[in-house]
Design a binder for this molecule. Structure first.
Ligand code: PRP
Length: 173
């Protein structure tokens, strides 16, 4: 496998995150907002999106692992690291890098809803078109992309390429 064409450039990502940040700022004005990123992939979008939100937000992280093959979601999710804080009565925004089958988020949303947050919404940089196996209500979407295997900007191939500042398609050699 090798890095193929760029699907979303660094400039396009950063420009879109400015827009999303402005939208989130307007929507949560005067509210106590907690951003929750799902490791590891979302570390980069969390860092850049948070800098575009002009509110005194708090941040927290969860780490989950899906069982099964490395490049496919099985739908069975295991929590490796839970939130450090309680979210009852708080406005929570889950920050994701990509929604593929939607199974990870479907699990997370149900898991967090039980804790009775004041609100629970989802922001994702990338949404793969037509692959969702469960209906996912996404409040903020950066880009809808075709169902190809992508890497970069947090997304990996067996652990590598997360540090690329853009999103690219992996191709056969
Ligand atoms: C990716 C991504 C989402 C999930 C989306 O994480 O960050 O959490 O897959 O897939 P789904 O919509 O099909 O559930 P991954 O499991 O690859 O872990 P990583 O972020 O540590 O790379």
């Amino acid at each position: 496998m090798k890095i193929g064409r760029t699907l979303v450039s660094e400039e396009e990502i950063q420009q879109r995150l400015v827009e999303m940040g402005a939208e989130i700022t307007a929507d949560y004005e005067g509210k106590d907002l907690l951003l929750v990123a799902v490791l590891k992939g979302a570390f980069m979008v969390m860092a850049d999106l948070a800098r575009n939100i002009a509110l005194p937000v708090e941040i927290d992280f969860m780490a989950v692992s899906s069982y099964g093959a490395a490049t496919q979601t099985s739908g069975v999710v295991r929590i490796l690291k839970d939130l450090d804080q309680e979210i009852a009565g708080r406005h929570v925004l889950i920050v994701e890098d990509i929604i593929d089958s939607g199974l990870t988020l479907d699990y997370l949303r149900r898991n967090l809803e039980v804790r009775e947050p004041a609100s629970l919404e989802i922001a994702t940089l990338l949404l793969k078109s037509g692959l969702q196996r469960v209906p996912i209500d996404v409040r903020y979407t950066g880009f809808e992309i075709p169902p190809e295997f992508v890497i970069g900007y947090g997304l990996d191939l067996v652990g590598k390429y997360r540090n690329l500042p853009y999103i690219a398609v992996m191709e056969e050699e």
